[in-house]
Design a protein around this ligand. Structure first.
Ligand SMILES: [Zn+2]
Length: 478
């Protein structure tokens, strides 16, 4: 099933003027067909012609729906609130839109920066484009950012959102009903129905074919705007390479990676006449904006669906479960979940609602205990070795937690009769506000064993007793 036959059928005729078409008719008769290609402006003769697919909504309905969904999005998403960044995105976006083939429809394009470190961007029908700070931060140059934006606005011009909704409705047998609504132009009822699609994410869940089309049109837009047309594919390649073996970036969950992505973009560049000799790659504005975005404070957000996380988790149970590894054994409240590390003897223990999104798309522990074993050598009974390994480990923690501070210097303690150091730290809590981290370290033949007890500052007292019980339960093999 291919509703998008046009992808593979470059139309040469579309871009020809009337006189050129006449010339072509004449010359073709003389067997000189190929000559007329020279008459067309460079880059237009061979480009793939793309048109929106099957859609029972009107472009105006795309705009109405998109506007409504964008209002909701702007209310729910943490926006950057950085006027210079939004102005820059609007200026860059407007230049790209000027080269976007929209079939004569005037979409009210808007560009917003979202304070979310996850590498992502999305465009709602009608032209409401949201770009995560993560996408700006990871772009090497302006051309790559322009590539992502050109890709997004192509989804708008090709009306992929409402095309997707059309297909979903047809699949559910609503076509007749919806057709009736359109016939009667009952816009309100339609929007309600479309609102359900927006809420269900149908408008943003594109097919691989749609992705490939957005790549091809995005390449044309980049080319026509004077940017290096390879930049978009380079950005996607970079994303893929950097996240090999890790969680794929959010971008690929909304925009599935089409097969042969880079090859298809290169093919289009050939059709356009090759990479221009002096394409635009970077600008000082981009570098300045990227610095500004990198310096924005991180907005914290709660894990979607973890409604319980807005409330404090249930109090720790007084009965305990046992966790045993080759390095240590400990007991933890039996209403906490255990999250073993994929490698080594580390593990985290947290109550329901104790793990939240840290604002970068990664899970962060807000309440509970993290145990890790890191490389360090030294006699387990040597306080100096323990102290230097501990300070080193705190410096490492601070690298990924720039706001982490020592609030009470390390004090000597004993853990299962062994020298240990207890250090209090403060850090940004993923639930907002500050958290207290109580770090207990001890040297073992396997390395430095760290126990980090974590709770928001305001709730820490309620966990103090539980943390002490856990640490008292720690046993090391003889
Ligand atoms: Zn896409």
């Amino acid at each position: 099933m291919n509703a998008w036959g046009s992808v593979r059928n470059p139309s040469r005729r579309k871009s020809l003027g009337k006189s050129q078409q006449l010339a072509r008719a004449t010359l073709a008769g003389l067997g000189l067909f190929c000559l007329c290609l020279l008459l067309t402006p460079a880059g237009f003769a061979q480009r793939t012609a793309l048109k929106p697919g099957w859609n029972m909504f009107t472009p105006q309905q795309d705009i109405d729906l998109g506007k409504r969904a964008a209002t909701d999005a702007a209310r729910q998403l943490p926006l950057c609130n950085a006027p210079r960044v939004d102005a820059y995105l609007t200026e860059l976006g407007t230049r790209l839109v000027a080269k976007l083939p929209t079939n004569g429809v005037q979409y009210p394009f808007e560009f917003h920066c979202v304070n979310d470190k996850a590498i992502n961007a999305f465009a709602l029908p009608g032209g409401y484009v949201f770009i995560n700070r993560g996408a700006i931060e990871v772009a090497d140059n302006e051309a790559q950012l322009a590539g992502v934006m050109a890709h997004e606005i192509s989804h708008v011009a090709l009306r992929h959102g409402t095309n997707q909704a059309t297909k979903a409705q047809a699949a559910e047998g609503f076509l007749g009903i919806a057709g009736g609504i359109f016939g009667g132009s009952a816009g309100g009822a339609l929007l309600t129905q479309l609102g359900a699609f927006a809420a269900g994410g149908v408008l943003l869940r594109y097919s691989r074919t749609a992705e490939s089309q957005a790549d091809v049109m995005g390449t044309q837009v980049l080319y026509d705007s004077g940017y290096d047309p390879r930049a978009m594919a380079q950005f996607f390649e970079k994303l893929e390479a950097e996240t090999k073996g890790k969680n794929p970036p959010e971008f690929f969950s909304d925009h599935p990676n089409p097969e042969h992505r880079v090859e298809r973009v290169d093919e289009e560049i050939d059709k356009l006449g090759g990479v221009p000799s002096n394409p635009k790659r970077d600008s000082q504005e981009f570098e300045a904006i990227k610095r500004e975005v990198l310096a924005l404070p991180v907005a914290k957000k709660l894990m979607p669906g973890a409604a319980a996380a807005t409330k404090a988790p249930a109090p720790p149970s007084r009965s305990f479960a046992t966790h045993q590894t080759s390095v240590y054994t400990l007991k933890y409240p039996d209403n906490w979940k255990k999250y073993p590390d994929s490698n080594g003897s580390g593990a985290s223990f947290a109550p329901d609602g104790g793990v939240v999104d840290d604002g970068t798309g990664h899970a962060a522990l807000a309440y509970g205990l993290i145990v890790s074993v890191t490389q360090a050598s030294g006699d387990p009974n040597d306080w100096d070795a323990l102290n230097s390994a501990t300070q080193e480990s705190i410096r490492e923690l601070q690298k990924s937690n720039p706001n982490m501070k020592i609030t009470r210097q390390s004090e000597r303690v004993h853990l299962n009769g062994q020298p240990g150091l207890a250090t209090y730290l403060s850090n940004d809590s993923p639930t907002g506000g500050q958290e207290t981290d109580w770090l207990i370290t001890t040297l073992r033949p396997e390395g430095l064993v760290s126990f980090v007890c974590v709770a928001p500052q305001t709730a820490y007292e309620k966990y103090d007793k539980t943390f002490n019980t856990i640490l008292d339960s720690v046993r090391f093999p003889k």
